[in-house]
Design a protein around this ligand. Structure first.
Ligand SMILES: Nc1ncnc2c1ncn2[C@@H]1O[C@H](COP(=O)(O)OP(=O)(O)OP(=O)(O)O)[C@@H](O)[C@H]1O
Ligand SMILES: [Mg+2]
Length: 327
């Protein structure tokens, strides 16, 4: 079965699409059969970054039932091992799909024949984006070293954890009610961590609380910092990790640091992925380390042995050490 890699970020313009595209190309270059799916409904633009015309059937065509065979949406990209499914540029308004349609799209994506399927999810924390994100336990969150990006990523994770726990409890259950009430109290200024909320639930419903706690433990989103410029990047990144641990009771993993690179502008203007156009650029050079971590995780290789770096300081330090060695 293919490994699904949803890519989200909360904030717009942080580089979700550029990274989804270049990570997909890097995987394809390593002979992994890869499919890139534009699920940024309402803002689909991956076809442009790939230099493809926007007159092909895509997710929008499927939602409007003009195409019922999902596999017919697959397009060749001209890049060996990489196929593409376009978004909805021909059909505005399909982003607000119903629950049934969302499940149908997911089932069809999961049935595609590939090693890796990368989903570019677009900005925001709407339930559709969140639900696509939690199809796996270890989706990717893209952040930039800016406070607004870190806070939007935190909000995205908060909504995601809420949704994850909500889904764990049965419909109309008292557990759901307690969870909802606690979140409302949060809004009134009382900041309970999700672990505290679960211990309240556990006092009356110990089995439900344990199930939910296990869900939280296995949820391990992966973070890539994009447009890095060193400086205080690590301080901001670590703030997201601390907030996630203390308030959300989850432990995200940092899997990459990708520098700011002005060559990206040229690659977009030429409609060619930067890792093909300029493999020697700082941006392209940072990708193999990220892909290595993605591959190791999906092989179930124990990342703790040498590659897993616990925080942003370590990952940024290792990025610059690597650059020094290559000089
Ligand atoms: N590493 C980088 N270095 C320099 N510029 C970058 C980098 N990554 C992305 N950009 C720039 O940031 C802009 C936004 O990137 P991109 O479209 O991938 O973001 P996004 O998160 O997908 O945005 P949206 O939320 O609108 O879908 C691009 O125009 C690109 O030029
Ligand atoms: Mg985008």
């Amino acid at each position: 079965m293919a490994v699904l890699i949803p890519v989200a970020g909360g904030k717009g313009g942080v580089g979700k699409s550029v990274l989804s595209l270049n990570l997909a190309v890097t995987l394809a270059q390593q002979c992994k059969k890869t499919i890139l799916v534009d699920l940024d409904l309402g803002g689909a633009n991956l076809h442009t970054l790939l230099g493809l015309k926007n007159n092909q059937a895509g997710i929008g065509t499927f939602i409007t039932k003009q195409e019922t065979d999902f596999s017919n949406l697959l397009q060749a990209t001209g890049i060996p091992n990489l196929q593409f499914i376009a978004g909805d540029c021909l059909y505005p308004g399909v982003a607000n799909m119903d629950f049934f349609t969302k499940c149908k799209i997911l089932r069809n994506i999961q049935a595609l024949d590939a090693d890796y399927i990368i989903l570019d999810l677009g900005a925001g924390s709407t339930y559709n984006i969140v639900d696509f994100f939690i199809t796996t336990n270890d989706g990717i969150i893209v952040v930039t070293p800016e406070l607004t990006s870190i806070l939007n990523a935190y909000s995205f994770l908060k909504t995601t954890v809420f949704r994850l726990l909500y889904r764990t409890f049965p419909s109309k259950s008292p557990e759901r009610q307690i969870l909802q009430n606690s979140v409302l109290q949060r809004m009134e200024g009382k900041e309970y961590s999700f672990e505290q909320i679960l211990s309240v639930i556990g006092a009356t419903f110990p089995e439900s609380a344990e199930l939910a706690l296990n869900q939280l433990k296995s949820f391990k989103p992966r973070i890539i910092m994009n447009m890095g410029r060193q400086g205080d990047d690590a301080v901001l990144g670590n703030r997201l990790l601390t907030l996630s641990r203390n308030k959300l009771s989850i432990n995200p993993e940092v899997i990459g640091f990708v520098p700011y690179d002005q060559n990206i502008g040229i690659s977009i203007a030429r409609r060619q992925p930067l890792c093909l156009l300029n493999p020697g650029s700082a941006f392209s050079q940072a990708l193999p380390a990220v892909v290595k971590r993605i591959e190791a995780a999906s092989d179930h290789t124990d990342m703790r042995l040498e590659e897993a770096l616990e925080n942003f300081e370590e990952i940024i330090k290792s990025y610059y050490e690597h650059q020094e060695r290559d000089r």
